[in-house]
Unconditional design. Structure first.
Length: 708
């Protein structure tokens, strides 16, 4: 028997917490994964998704060898092949397509299966940029919000999440922190011990809402009206921090006029929140300094989600809460990490006239869009599971069934997407690969050791793209850099934020705090200093002309061709596109609103196939209020069909007053081929964008429900 070893790692998932973990290895196998108690933010605890990661790593369902399809698309019938065979088939198919249709007939599809700087978001960008493939625009997450920040405070504005302990008033606005950012919770609790009040603004009585001092239940998609009404009260009652506004903001006079349109009585009618509650909230927020708003990604998934973020982001400057640690707005502190993104993406490899296609439209791209010249003839999926995370599921499936489409998927498991692949390539898990990680929920840079050798013939994404480069005969040595060299080049080590951090130390401890002021002192916007054109918080944005800005990070580094009409330069309320109040004709057939948040036990669709997590999550469920259930004779446990103008799926009803009358809650993450009716919530979703940043509208959907 070999000796037991403990190595330090980091959780790979697309989660703000990026936990530091300790991996125990014996005889080449991972025997346990635990939180690293030394990391000050994640403090030795892993969540329900990851605390049995060894079972994911050593699952019998892992794909460990390249596979070639032998049955019909979708049937999941494959034969084992060697890497050489798989690569030579990919090479010859792609060379043929490039010759016949041009390289733009190839479309990469990827996101954040892992968040590692090496193996994550940008790992394939240099390859596809060089190949000249179509650019896949990945506005999957926070693109609408990033656009709104860009227009208001600059997207790199940040506060230290740990500084929330100094807050006196904390608003979790569309954020189910106990499920989606659970390591922030102890910091919130500490602030509460010191007298802070916790308010949760959410249409659902979530785990998090239940533990708050005040849960404000709001109609979905109406948050902009609430934020503007808070401004209305703050301005009318003389609670503005006039000194801060005079020095560090732009457009206050115009904002005043705009906010005057949103008196609490009118907004009660929009949001369902009593006018007096809006007044109480506005007063407490303005008078309990420092106040912190932690905004969830969920807010952007509505027709007017971008402007809602604009309105909310304007609040801290109005009351001067950026002045002190513990105040301001907590979004993605990811930009504090000096990642060498240009080196990771190589936008300089992008040729002239390369088109950009938004990946939310995958179904249409593969099925309907006859204007595409050339059409998409090959799809390469890695770090993503589009069948269950992209809208218009039926259309996506129909597209994936096209006999003339050559689909390659790099995966750890036979996901719903992988079932349609012509070639499947086996991918390593985090313990089988080395990586360096930023975080979007704290200021610690993390390092992940490779703890065990890759299982079977699985390869890391970095190795995958080295092999593809060789297959396509790329001669630039850039494509053949070792992981070690890539880690060296992944960060801008000379930036002040990395001063004093050595790679050797980082490798030893697994984490290092960025060289920024400590949480009790970090207040970068105490005196404005916003990364906007005016250097101020722009209530009235000077970027209105550029409309729907999409961060080049989400487009393989491509910064040109920004789409979109100019937008109203002042924050405003755009009603939901689909709600009984705003779309009565659609509501005749589909009278219920649906929102689709995250699952507690899955991380988007990861773990939707793992017994321990399924045991916790149960079958695909939807929450429905007793009033709506009663009217349809539906009881808890009953199978129900949820239909929209786009499609339908089956789920088990959970009848509960946690959701308000008229609102159905359908979490994302369940797998299609293991769900009743062979469909998930994605089948009822349209691919319509929200107002900013080509964000999705997963929570702006009208549905009807009936028992099956
Ligand atoms: N357990 C778990 N954790 C995760 C993930 C996961 O899948 N599972 N995913 C990770 C990823 S990729 C992301 S982007 C983040 C997302 O993190 P969050 O944004 O916190 O996630 P959601 O669960 O989508 O939404 C949070 C809350 O917003 C509420 N909500 C929906 N619509 C509205 C609205 O119009 N107004 C208001 N005020 N509230 C609304 C929902 O009811 C929900 O409780 O979580 C990350 N962490
Ligand atoms: N209805 C609804 N839809 C949503 C959302 C919602 O809230 N509601 N949220 C949206 C959001 S916020 C997000 S971020 C997206 C997420 O969309 P996706 O990124 O497509 O979702 P994941 O389920 O995380 O899929 C990642 C896949 O990558 C694989 N993977 C993990 N590690 C590796 C690796 O190292 N190499 C390779 N090759 N593969 C790996 C995993 O096995 C997994 O199948 O979904 C969006 N879709
Ligand atoms: S998913 Fe998030 S909370 Fe869970 S272990 Fe990973 S980083 Fe930590
Ligand atoms: Mo996300």
């Amino acid at each position: 028997m070999g000796e037991e070893r403990k190595l330090v790692g980091a959780c790979p998932h697309d989660c703000p917490d990026t936990c530091s973990m300790l991996v125990t290895v014996k005889d080449g196998k991972v025997t346990s994964v635990r939180g690293n108690p030394e990391q000050p933010f994640t403090r030795g605890r892993l969540c329900i998704k990851v605390n049995n990661y060894q079972d994911r790593v050593h699952s019998e369902e892992r794909i460990l060898y390249p596979l070639r399809r032998i049955g019909p698309k979708g049937a999941g019938e494959f034969e084992k092949v060697s890497w050489d065979e798989a690569l030579s088939e990919i090479g010859s198919r792609w060379r043929g397509l490039v010759e016949e249709f041009g390289a733009q007939s190839i479309l990469p599809y990827s996101y954040l299966g892992t968040q590692g700087i090496l193996n994550g978001l940008n790992v394939g960008d240099p390859f596809f940029n060089k190949l000249g493939a179509t650019i896949g625009e990945r506005t999957f997450c926070d693109s609408g919000a990033c656009t709104a920040y860009e227009m208001t405070v600059g997207h790199t504005a940040a506060v230290d999440p740990e500084s929330i302990v100094h807050s006196k008033y904390i608003i979790l606005w569309a954020c189910n922190a106990l499920s989606t950012n659970s390591h922030l919770w102890p910091f919130i609790e500490k602030a509460r011990k010191n007298g802070a009040a916790l308010v949760v603004i959410d249409p659902v009585k979530t785990k998090t809402a239940r533990l708050a001092d005040w849960h404000i239940s709001i109609r979905p998609g109406t948050d902009a009206a609430l934020a503007l009404s808070i401004m209305n009260v703050v301005i009318n009652e003389g609670l503005v921090d006039q000194d801060y506004v005079d020095r560090y903001t732009y457009g206050y006079e115009e904002l005043k006029v705009r906010a005057a349109e949103y008196d609490p009585e009118k907004v009660e009618n929009i949001t369902g929140i009593p006018a007096d509650d809006i007044r109480t909230l506005a007063r407490a927020y303005a008078q309990s300094a420092p106040a912190m708003i932690r905004i969830g990604v969920a807010i952007e998934r509505h027709a007017g989600g971008g402007q809602a973020v604009r309105a909310i982001t304007s609040l801290p400057a109005l009351v001067g809460s950026w002045r002190k640690p513990g105040g301001g707005l907590l979004q993605l502190p990811l930009w504090a990490f000096p990642v060498n993104f240009a080196k990771m993406m190589r936008p300089d490899f992008i040729g002239n006239d390369v088109r950009v296609l938004n990946l939310w439209k995958l179904g249409q791209i593969l099925c309907d869009d006859e204007s595409l010249a050339p059409p998409i003839k090959s799809l390469f999926v890695y770090n993503s599971n589009p069948v269950v995370t992209t809208p218009e599921q039926d259309k996506v499936i129909k597209g994936l069934q096209r006999e003339d489409l050559f689909t390659v998927v790099s995966e750890q498991f036979l996901t719903d997407t992988t079932l349609y692949a012509d070639i499947v390539l086996p991918a390593t898990t985090q313990v089988e690969q080395e990586d360096i990680m930023f975080s979007w929920g704290h200021f610690y840079l993390s390092y992940n050791n490779q703890s065990i050798a890759p299982l079977g013939d699985a390869v890391s994404n970095t190795e995958l793209f080295r092999r593809l480069a060789k297959t396509m005969n790329f001669d630039d040595p850039f494509f053949y850099r070792s992981d070690e060299l890539m880690i060296d080049e992944s960060m801008l080590w000379d930036e002040p934020a990395l001063e004093g951090i050595s790679l050797d130390e980082l490798k030893l401890h697994g984490f290092a705090r960025l060289n920024l002021d400590t949480a009790d002192r970090y207040a970068p916007h105490a005196e404005g200093n916003f990364p906007t054109p005016s250097g101020k918080c722009e209530f009235k944005t000077s970027l209105a002309e550029s409309g729907n800005f999409v961060n080049p990070l989400f487009r393989q580094g491509y910064a040109g061709q920004q789409s979109g009409e100019p937008v109203d330069p002042l924050p405003h309320y755009i009603p939901p596109r689909e709600s009984p109040k705003t779309n009565s004709s659609l509501a005749k057939d589909y009278p219920l609103n649906l929102i689709s948040p995250k699952s507690h036990a899955f991380i988007t669709s990861n773990y939707g196939n793992m017994p321990y997590q399924i045991h916790h999550a149960g079958e695909q469920t939807v929450l429905i209020n007793p009033e709506d259930a009663g009217a349809r004779r539906i009881e808890s446990g009953r199978a129900i069909c949820i239909s929209s103008r786009i499609g339908e799926f089956t789920a088990v009803a959970v009848v509960t007053a946690d959701t308000m009358p008229g609102l159905v809650v359908a979490p994302v993450g369940y797998w299609r081929h293991t769900s009743q009716g062979n469909a998930t919530v994605q089948s009822i979703m349209s691919s319509d964008y929200a107002d900013l940043g080509a964000a999705p509208t997963f929570s702006d959907v009208l549905v009807e429900i009936k028992a099956v």
